[in-house]
Structures are given as C-alpha cells and as structure tokens.
Design a protein around this ligand. Sequence first.
Ligand code: ADP
Ligand code: 5GP
Length: 205
Amino acid sequence: MRKGLLIVISGPSGTGKGTVCDVLRKNNPDIAYSVSATTRASRPGEKNGVNYYFHTREEFERMIENGELLEWAEVYGNYYGTPLKKIEEKLAQGIDILLEIDTQGAMNVKKKCPDGLFIFLVPPSLTELEKRLNGRGTETQESLDRRLGSAVAEIEMGKEYRYVVVNKSVETAANEIAEIIKAERHRTDLNIDMLNSLKQRKEIL
Ligand code: ADP
Ligand code: 5GP
C-alpha cells in the first residue's frame, strides 16, 4: 500500500485557496480534507465541523496543552490549528489529506513532516488580490487592512514551498494542483512497500 500524502496549501488571504480547494475536492473525492480549529467568528454560511471547528480561546489553549494539534498559529489576531488525530488516521490508511493553512503553520508542518507536499497559491496580481478580498465582503476594514498588509511578506514565504500555482482561473488552478498531486503520488519514498511486495511475488495492483 502507498503511504498517504500530506498536502499543504497556503497563500495570501483572498487568493482563492478556499474556492480552489472546494473545486479540487469536488473533482477528487479520494482526497481527505483537514477541518481546522479556530477562534475566529464564523462567517455567514460557515458550518461548525464543515468549514472550521469554532472554539473559544480557552478551549483552543486546552487543545494546545493536550497536544491535540499538529500545528497552530495566531493569524490576524485569532488562533488557527490542525487537529492531529484525523491526519494520523488518514495517512496510516494510505489516504491523502489536504491542509489549507497559513505560512507559519505550514513551516511548522514542514519541520515535522518534511516529506509533505507544499504548494503555494498566488493571485495574478496584488490589485486582483485586493479586489477579491474586498469582493468577498466578509472582513471589517481592520481585518481587510491586516490581510492586505501581510500579503507581500506572505508572498516572500512562497519561496519555502515546492510548487507555486497561480489562481487566475479557479478550474485551471484546481487542475494544476491535481496534476501535481498525481505526479507526487508516484514518489519512490511513498511506494517502498509496493516495491517490497513486488519482490515478494505479490500482486500490487
Ligand atoms: P482565501 O481562501 O484564499 O482567503 P477565497 O477562496 O475566500 O480566498 O476567495 C476570495 C474571493 O475571491 C472570493 O470572493 C472568491 O469567490 C474570489 N475568487 C477566488 N478565486 C477567484 C478567481 N480565480 N477569479 C476571481 N475571483 C476569485
Ligand atoms: P480565514 O480566516 O480567511 O478562514 O483564514 C485565515 C488564514 O488562516 C488563512 O491563511 C488560512 O489558510 C489560515 N488557516 C486556516 N486554518 C489554519 C490552520 O489550521 N492552521 C494555520 N496555521 N492556519 C490556518
């Protein structure tokens, strides 16, 4: 059996990570998705357990203390973190799992899981990023300024990722990410068990 691939996607807020990941997940239902924990307020339409697990700061701090998170970070004044249990379960079952997290969290995952697949999504321009963030209409002016103010520093962090994908068209970006994942699934380090099985005269497909 092939080992599961830990897929990490980051990019400046407003780039379209959520939108592109939704299409990616719809087109590739075999990829599991990690639902993050957060202390930020839910946006209209967001559901607990689907978009995020919404927690108080006290609850979140307890999760950190109990070692329940693979990584966590404070982003734009709120805590965000990746629950560890589901990641461990899926990877052990040979299922690929997708994390959509910020650059600080991604760098912590990279330290713990250097064999993960790190993809950085960027907008076609900063003007377009601003337009998308404004257009989403979910942020207060303060939150908007914070997100736009971090964009350039976030883009600099893109150099730490293995792949860069431009989100001009959602479908194209989702397809490009799917192709990267498809190729990475053939990495030798994920397929050592398969090679060993073949040596032992076992059927591998
Ligand atoms: P992120 O998750 O990176 O913060 P979202 O997925 O919420 O970003 O997208 C931000 C806004 O930009 C949303 O209103 C979304 O509909 C829009 N958007 C996303 N991708 C594109 C695209 N390729 N072209 C135009 N608008 C887009
Ligand atoms: P938003 O509030 O727009 O949903 O997300 C804000 C930022 O937090 C985005 O950059 C998003 O990728 C990041 N984020 C979401 N979940 C997690 C997580 O579990 N861990 C970390 N470190 N960042 C996250």
